[in-house]
Ligand binder design. Sequence first.
Ligand SMILES: Cc1cc2nc3c(=O)[nH]c(=O)nc-3n(C[C@H](O)[C@H](O)[C@H](O)COP(=O)(O)OP(=O)(O)OC[C@H]3O[C@@H](n4cnc5c(N)ncnc54)[C@H](O)[C@@H]3O)c2cc1C
Length: 383
Amino acid sequence: MTVPPLPVSLSRRRFLELAGRGAVGTALLAGFWPTLAAPARGQATRPDETMLPTPNFSPSQVLRYVAGIRPYRKKSIRLELEPIEGRALVHNYGHGGGGITMAPGCAEEVAQMLAQAGVEPTDVAVLGGGINGMTCAHDLLLLGHRVTIYSDKITPNTTSDVAGGQFGPSFIRFGEGDEAQARADRMMVASYRRYIRLLGDEWGVYERDNYGVGEPHGSLSRLPDGLLPPVKLFDRLPFEGDLRPGYMYRTLLITPPIYMPRLLKEIKSLGGRAVRRKFSSLRSVMKLREKVIVNCLGLGAGKVMDDPAVTPFRGQLVHLKPQDLPYLLIGSGYIFPRPDAVVLGGTMERGVISTRPDKAMCKKILERNRDFFVPSGEASDDS
Ligand SMILES: Cc1cc2nc3c(=O)[nH]c(=O)nc-3n(C[C@H](O)[C@H](O)[C@H](O)COP(=O)(O)OP(=O)(O)OC[C@H]3O[C@@H](n4cnc5c(N)ncnc54)[C@H](O)[C@@H]3O)c2cc1C
């Protein structure tokens, strides 16, 4: 049986070609937006009556404090096929703070690498049950492979379950040069297209307006041109009493506590299996019987693959009770209102591997996000 062709992803160049030929309708359907024009400040300032609601930050709203470790890899994610002892070992790890964003695109690259190496549908071992392992398992099952996930933890106990879930490549490196950038763009477009197809409560994927202060910055600038609808600039942000200029772009929010179990259910319905297994080294991996191995061990890849480039970047979050807030906000930290919780975040601690939340720091996260909404000069005593 031959491997069926994978969905074609649009590169930036391909998109511009399509736009030039007037074929943007096709691009639009594919989740790709045609307007590449720079926005003008003050174009679309919201009138006061449509001010956005302020979150309730009172202590009674706090559900929990959470800490997770972003599996960052210096210089670049590792996404390559390594032939080893007559087997194909495909590495897919080091996604830092952008693994939710990149997982579908990376899984498509993995499948492409195997297809290009002439691998016919066979028994595949996927190492790791985070979003990258599960997405690879899912895609390979669809291509006719028989897949077993080997992992010491699975949803809801992986780093992927902890993520905020915004679509944006934060704290992730793709390597240097045009080729690396083109590959990163291709993967981001593929991911975006996949998530757009999964919009809705079943998978916990939503479109959201994301607001920020000042000029557009951060992971937005790393997304391929034209992937998201055009950014809007505001003379003042649409929050009560806020006089700061800012911007808004429409992006995606993926809810890991919904998406992860839904993906596992899908894998099982396709015949995939998940087996509890802990690996201590490459030698222990090589005891597996499968001839094709896909390594999605995240932070664990550092030790198992003896890769010193893997570096932990801890992030801490405060979960508030769910609130009806129809936006995301990058202000003094970030606020991602999801169906399960309002997620407050914005910390990065290099080299810290403890997943025990630091209470003092979590309180700071809450205060910083709350103070974003307090016009300067006003005191607040609700926490
Ligand atoms: C606070 C925080 C906020 C984040 N927010 C976002 C966001 O908004 N958007 C975004 O795109 N990304 C975000 N991320 C990043 C994202 O969570 C990660 O990039 C992503 O989860 C990495 O997925 P993964 O599958 O590669 O790794 P993981 O989810 O860590 O999965 C690795 C798997 O390998 C298994 N494993 C590891 N070592 C071994 C071993 N030795 N033996 C057996 N099994 C092993 C683990 O049990 C696990 O199942 C955030 C991360 C944090 C911490």
